[in-house]
Design a binder for this molecule. Structure first.
Ligand SMILES: Nc1ncnc2c1ncn2[C@@H]1O[C@H](COP(=O)(O)OP(=O)(O)OP(=O)(O)O)[C@@H](O)[C@H]1O
Ligand SMILES: [Mg+2]
Length: 447
């Protein structure tokens, strides 16, 4: 019997549900679709995926909460509509998987390990499934599935791992991977995601959509991470340009390279171009050094930015930890006209980040991440990542399979905080200065 489809809005999953193929639904939806907890639902956007239905009172009855990988498998972004229906729970007889971006040595042990991780998980043909192996997420593409396109792995399932596929361009960072920074994300989503996904809305209202945003802040606090997540989640194509790389790879020809990048972006639009560490590319003329001419690169960048049509569907994000080194001409309205400070995490955010990082690590019961967060003042997201890694290595070197509190203590002797008081002061002064600059320009736009 064909089950009925319901239309719902895709919302973000709670952190505890990430990576578990869960769809959180209001009990009303459970009633409407005749669901029980753990039943399998098919979720359909531009493509299709499957998840286990779990009830939650907090989920509004017009919404479904699913994580980044599920959204991606369904071919939707946050706030897009999906259609869902209940499907019969079928046990997979045989699953053929292919690892993505990683050559794996596949033997008997590996397969049984993998199967254990997959048991209970609903798979859908052509989807990407993420499995945590030895602390690292490994992605598999579901090449084929018997007896149907949606099936659940159990003890009896035969699992085959085929050749590996090349990694999909760019890492698939999603909003789930970001701890804290909710204000910054909200602002960015409003300024970037909205115009990219709904240009007609801006056109109708006669608003010029913003062109570019510059993310600045101390190293390791998530600028590159946010830029990638935003590009991925807005459903746009992502062109990631690393400033220093562009310079070295295209010695003397960076202008031509920049022209090419914009051309490609327009033809593939909607596109987000991320100029990572843009200060390398666009230093102010006062900081110019020999060997190449920053002036022509800056002017090429400006030419391209100014040449973009209002609704070209191309959006530019720059990241830097030295905004004061950038040529001021680039920061004028219509170019990088929005500046967003990405600050180091406070204790609460550090705890959130630690939780995200620890998703991939077997922690002993005694480990209190809140306590570790409080003891890591001055640690950036990147520092915390190094800390968790160091703690895990310490556990391994002592032959343990779970990470204990003492491992974190030891790790803290090696991994030191990046953010100093001076650095904080420097950035908060800079933030004030840049904010007032934007403000005064907003009042006198043609100055
Ligand atoms: N807010 C955060 N939430 C989760 N992880 C984070 C966060 N900030 C940093 N990280 C971790 O640290 C790594 C480095 O962060 P990222 O590359 O985004 O820093 P950045 O601000 O671009 O630094 P840089 O100025 O050196 O380029 C990330 O890949 C991520 O693992
Ligand atoms: Mg970066």
């Amino acid at each position: 019997m064909a089950q009925k489809w319901l239309r719902l809005v895709a919302k973000e999953a709670a952190p505890k549900d990430v990576g578990k193929s869960r769809a959180r639904l209001n009990p009303k939806i459970f009633e409407e679709l005749n669901l029980k907890s753990g039943d399998i639902v098919e979720i359909r956007g531009k493509s299709s995926t499957a998840a286990q239905a779990w009830p939650s009172e907090e989920t509004p009855s017009d919404s479904i909460r699913i994580d980044g990988i599920t959204r991606r498998n369904a071919g939707v972004s946050l706030n897009d509509y999906v259609e869902i229906r209940r499907v019969k729970r079928r046990v997979a007889e045989k699953v053929v998987l292919s690892s993505v971006g990683e050559e794996l040595k596949v033997d008997e042990d590996f397969l049984s390990f993998l199967k254990n991780r997959l048991i209970g998980m609903p798979l859908h043909q052509d989807n990407i499934a993420s499995v945590v192996l030895l602390g690292n997420p490994v992605r598999f593409k579901v090449i084929s599935l018997k007896p149907s396109t949606i099936a659940v792995v159990d003890e009896s399932t035969e699992i085959v791992v085929e050749r590996s596929l090349p990694a999909i361009e760019g890492e698939r960072v999603t909003y789930d991977d970001i701890g804290g920074l909710s204000d910054q994300l909200m602002k960015l989503r409003e300024m970037v995601e909205l115009p990219l996904r709904h240009p007609e809305f801006f056109r109708r209202l006669g608003i010029d959509p913003p062109r570019g945003v510059l993310l600045y802040g101390p190293p390791g606090c998530g600028k590159t991470l946010i830029a990638k997540a935003l590009a991925n989640e807005s459903g746009a194509n992502l062109i990631l340009v690393r400033g220093p790389e562009l310079l070295s790879k295209w010695v003397g020809e960076s202008e031509r390279a920049i022209r090419g990048i914009f051309k490609k972006a327009v033809s593939a639009s909607p596109t987000v171009i991320v100029f990572d560490e843009i200060d390398a590319l666009a230093p102010s003329r006062a900081y110019m050094s020999g060997g190449w001419s920053p002036e022509t690169i800056v002017s090429q960048l400006i030419t391209e930015l100014d040449g973009l049509e209002d609704f070209s569907g191309v959006y530019v994000i720059g990241t830097t930890n030295r905004p004061e080194l950038m040529d001021a001409a680039l920061l004028r309205p219509g170019r990088f006209d929005l500046l967003i400070y990405v600050p180091p995490p406070g204790a609460g955010e550090r705890e959130e980040i630690l939780r995200l990082l620890a998703r991939r690590v077997p922690l002993a019961e005694e480990v209190d991440l809140g306590e570790i967060a409080r003891r890591t003042e001055g640690y950036t997201g990147a520092d915390l990542k190094a800390l968790v890694r160091e703690a895990a290595l310490n556990a391994i070197s002592e032959g343990r399979s779970s990470v204990k509190h003492q491992d974190f203590e030891r790790a803290q002797q090696f991994v030191r905080p990046t953010v100093t008081k001076e650095m904080l002061e420097y950035f908060s002064k800079l933030e004030q200065k840049l904010n007032s600059r934007i403000y005064s320009e907003a009042r006198q736009p043609y100055l």
